[in-house]
Design a protein around this ligand. Structure first.
Ligand code: BG6
Length: 500
């Protein structure tokens, strides 16, 4: 059954102001403004809201609107609804030149925004984290940091626990924690939100969701892209900080957390925090056995030859573009269950999924798999495909119909989101931006979560640095270094790779 074309019940937002620092940057053009456009087209953003792009160069409102028009042209070309609303949306946009190094223009900007009681004001800091404190201070200096203000920050929130603390302190001096929205865009993905729905909206899974019945969990976030012109940032970060500290750990938390008492933001964030704090520490003593880091060499992705990381960077570097980790959540529910995490750039396929592998049946009544007639019973697997081909598959053993005895085969119950729900999957930023305006922090990271994630990550980083060895090479277009395969195969398990 397809539930096509059901218009989502979107509640129109009360008029608000959204100010994007870094208003001409990549994030604004590729993600934020297209997301706002979609919300406008669906009637969620009315004509009295204002969206400001802020940057350092001189530009008129008109020039800014034209720039945005170009950026969203492919969306308008693909959908007549968008084309029809585009001019109205562009009319909501304004551009202001503001320099963090100078006071010029700030008081006038504050006056323009005004101070209408009850009107929500969102400042989106789509700028490097080294500028967060400056923006916060400037906003404070012109009286824009008060009650109705919300501030949104993107990762990276620091490069380790100590630097994250400095950033959070600087924000904390100006804003109350409830005003700060830390984005991890994975939490806004529909399929990631569905993890909570799947686990806690069905009675089926929860009784089995524990070490007694689950053999292991795999979380893979594989990308085909390289560093995409972000080499300067990426080389200082690496996959551990760029992906594991935030996206992969958040996914792990959603899989492993205890049932929260409600959907209240803190109820969920409290449970996620407990998972982060229960992670088995990895340091110099065990990093060699539990982690693998890799760096891609030249190869081919999707039939296209691509250069190696060092060629793209044009310099020597030990930064990892791939990580695999065998993690463990040390509590009663999960003791002894490995959580294998892996993520990397320039892998064979763009694919993010969570695979929950259940334990084997305790005894097979279907004969001896070595007798030539019977097949071994594969363990059941729940595969949650986050992207692309979003959906859920439950792999079960079935009898192959027809004569020939009880021949068993593994087949999947397949819930494809596209087939079931049809329509467009909204981008994560659409939900996240509207949640900020709505004042719902459920899908944002609380400060203590960020700290706890760094507390687990920092010793891994330190162990790698102390080991002085280079990341393992892997050929672009494969599945990472062979050591990552060995990491899981040593335990008698394999990565779930063959067709989801
Ligand atoms: C970002 C990382 O947070 O996530 C990028 O900085 C990465 O390096 C991106 O490419 C992946 O996001 P998505 O939504 O494309 O899976």
């Amino acid at each position: 059954m397809t539930l096509h074309a059901q218009h989502p019940p979107t509640s129109p937002m009360a008029p608000f102001d959204l100010v994007i620092f870094g208003g001409t940057g990549d994030l604004a053009m590729r993600k934020l403004l297209p997301a706002l456009l979609h919300r406008h087209v669906d009637g969620q953003i009315g004509p009295d809201s204002r969206i400001y792009g802020i940057a350092r160069d001189e530009r008129t409102d008109e020039a800014y609107r034209e720039r945005v028009r170009d950026a969203v042209a492919p969306l308008a070309a693909a959908d007549p609804r968008i084309a029809a609303c585009l001019d109205e949306f562009l009319g909501l946009l304004h551009y202001r030149r503001l320099d963090l190094g100078s006071e010029a223009g700030w008081p006038e900007f504050a006056a323009e925004l005004g101070d209408t009681p009850g009107r929500v004001r969102v400042f989106y800091l789509a700028v490097g984290p080294s500028l967060f404190a400056n923006v916060a201070d400037r906003l404070d200096g012109v009286g824009l940091a008060g009650g109705g203000t919300r501030v949104v920050v993107e990762k990276p929130i620091g490069k380790d626990g100590a630097s994250a603390q400095v950033i959070n302190e600087a924000l904390g001096r100006v804003f109350h924690e409830s005003q700060v929205y830390r984005i991890d865009h994975y939490l806004g993905k529909e399929t990631v939100q569905n993890l909570t729905a799947l686990r806690f909206g069905n009675a089926l899974f929860e009784p089995l969701w524990k070490a007694e019945h689950i053999d292991h969990v795999q979380i893979t976030v594989a990308e085909t892209v390289g560093v995409e012109g972000r080499a300067a940032y990426y080389d200082k970060s690496g996959a551990l900080r760029d992906m594991v500290q935030n996206h992969l750990l958040q996914l792990l938390c959603l899989v492993a957390m205890e049932p929260p008492a409600s959907l209240a933001a803190d109820a969920i964030r409290d449970e996620k925090l407990k998972v982060l704090r229960a992670l088995r520490p990895i340091d110099g003593g065990n990093a060699g056995q539990l982690t693998v880091r890799g760096q891609y060499r030249a190869g081919a992705v999707g039939g296209q030859a691509v250069p190696g990381y060092l060629d793209e960077l044009g310099a020597a570097s030990n930064t990892e573009t791939f990580v695999a980790i065998k993690a463990e959540v040390q509590n009663w529910r999960w003791a002894g269950v490995p959580f294998y995490l892996r993520t990397g750039k320039r892998l064979a396929q763009r694919m993010s999924e969570i695979v929950v592998t259940f334990r084997r049946v305790p005894h097979s009544i279907f004969g001896d798999p070595n007798d030539g007639h019977s097949s071994p019973l594969a363990p059941n697997k729940l595969v949650i495909r986050l992207q692309p081909d979003e959906g859920v598959k439950l792999w079960l053993m079935n009898k192959v119909p027809g004569p020939g005895g009880m021949r068993m085969r593994e087949v999947a119950m397949d819930l494809s989101f596209a087939e079931t729900f049809g329509g467009r999957q909204p981008d994560a930023y659409e939900r996240l931006l509207m949640d900020v305006v709505r004042g719902n922090p459920m899908l944002f990271m609380r400060r203590d979560e960020v700290d706890a994630a760094w507390q687990w990550i920092d010793p891994i980083r330190a162990a790698w640095e102390a080991a002085h060895d280079a990341p393992k090479a892997y050929t672009a277009g494969g599945w990472g270094p062979s050591a990552a395969v060995a990491l899981i195969e040593r335990d008698g398990r394999t990565w779930h790779e063959d067709g989801y």
